[in-house]
Design a protein around this ligand. Structure first.
Ligand SMILES: Nc1ncnc2c1ncn2[C@@H]1O[C@H](COP(=O)(O)OP(=O)(O)OP(=O)(O)O)[C@@H](O)[C@H]1O
Ligand SMILES: [Mg+2]
Length: 353
């Protein structure tokens, strides 16, 4: 996948622009609040997904104007294509001048992965984000997983409701048995999927991490299941306490994932640069997954990835992501001194040069 050119008008603070990109690394450089993230957001929208910043469509239209317009020329499967987006209260898309039913119909035509600073939360924050990270990745690979998750979540809500109804006095209940059977059936599947995915993730992300750290550090994604053996028995034992809380205390909804560097938990002990490097390696592993599915490299977009990274890790980002087109924003000129090839764009007050 390669972006050839992008044109736009009335998109956020950007003045009308028409840009041609190179097939390697494209750096978008400028001070804070000049429009760098706006530019890569414009590219991202062609994946058919919503803004990675969580913005509403109408928020992307330049203040005081009606419609934002973007046009992207890209190559996919060796074929040149053109996509166009018109944005007002919603997004309208065209592919090769044909109107699409919705902007999300672009999904699968233009593919990208994006790293933004909020992705650090997967490494640093609580386990819910890591479960979501695992589930999203597994859903992409195995669409059947979606229904397993749904069935599990439904049974979980139902078990909790039965327990709450008992108001602290545990009783034998046929319904409780039924819902626990459902939980066990789907919970064991979820655990299996997650365990296998962590093995693949360790293989993919660790190769990337190893290179990023100049072969000094080993990354491992370790699945931390909420139960290790007999889930049914664990649930049965947990009834005694769960009847007081009305909450199910064991199961995949309590799983976690630990990232270890040279065997040590990175969430607890990792440095800022190490934690950031993990988040980057996870994104590049996601790109590898997409490549395995699509047979084509997605475009890689890095928003503000350079801070906290030392020169050698910055050098990896700038020069060693092979075979993929890369877009990087950065506010600090010293970050890009090591750029060997590629193209630099400067953004100032919405004007891109
Ligand atoms: N719909 C809009 N219309 C006009 N201007 C907007 C709109 N949305 C955002 N902006 C402006 O765009 C400016 C630049 O935003 P952007 O996030 O691209 O900055 P940036 O160059 O990435 O800065 P940083 O280095 O701080 O991340 C913001 O100051 C914001 O006020
Ligand atoms: Mg920005």
């Amino acid at each position: 996948m390669e972006v050839k050119s992008l044109q736009g008008e009335n998109f956020r603070n950007l003045l009308p622009f028409s840009l041609e990109f190179c097939e390697g690394t494209n750096v978008i450089y400028g001070n804070n609040a000049q429009g760098k993230t706006n530019l890569i957001e414009a590219i991202w929208l062609f994946t058919g997904a919503k803004s990675f910043r969580g913005a509403k469509d109408s928020e992307m239209v330049a203040f005081g104007t009606g419609n934002a317009k973007l046009k992207l020329d890209f190559v996919s499967g060796g074929v040149e294509r053109q996509a166009a987006l018109t944005i007002n209260n919603r997004r309208y898309a065209e592919l090769n001048t044909k109107k699409l039913k919705s902007a999300s119909a672009l999904i699968g035509n233009f593919c990208a992965v994006v790293f933004s600073p909020t992705d650090l939360a997967v490494v640093k924050d609580g386990p819910a984000l890591r479960r979501r990270f695992l589930d999203l990745a597994i859903c992409q690979l195995y669409p059947n997983y979606v229904s397993v998750l749904k069935d599990y979540t439904r049974a979980l809500t139902q078990r909790n409701a039965v327990l709450k109804g008992m108001e602290g006095r545990l009783q034998e209940s046929e319904l409780l048995n039924v819902f626990e059977n459902e939980l066990v059936l789907n919970g064991e599947k979820i655990a299996e999927y997650r365990r296998n995915y962590c093995k693949t993730l360790t293989v993919n992300a660790s190769v990337i991490y190893n290179e990023l750290s100049s072969l000094r550090e080993e990354l491992e994604a370790v699945y931390m299941p909420s139960f290790c053996d007999d889930f049914a028995e664990k649930l049965y034992i947990a009834r005694k306490t769960d009847v007081f809380s009305g909450i199910t205390s064991v199961g995949p909804h309590r799983d976690d994932l630990d990232f270890k560097i040279n065997g040590i938990s990175a969430r607890t002990f990792g440095s800022q640069g190490q934690q950031r490097s993990i988040a980057i390696a996870l994104k590049l592993a996601e790109a590898k997954n997409l490549y395995d599915i699509l047979g084509e490299e997605p475009v890689v977009i890095f928003d503000d990835v350079m801070s906290e990274l030392d020169k050698s890790r910055q050098g990896f980002i700038l020069n060693h992501i092979k075979g993929k087109q890369v877009f990087i924003t950065c506010p600090d000129p010293s970050n890009i001194i090591g750029l060997e090839n590629g193209k630099v764009f400067t953004v100032e007050g919405g004007k891109i040069k």
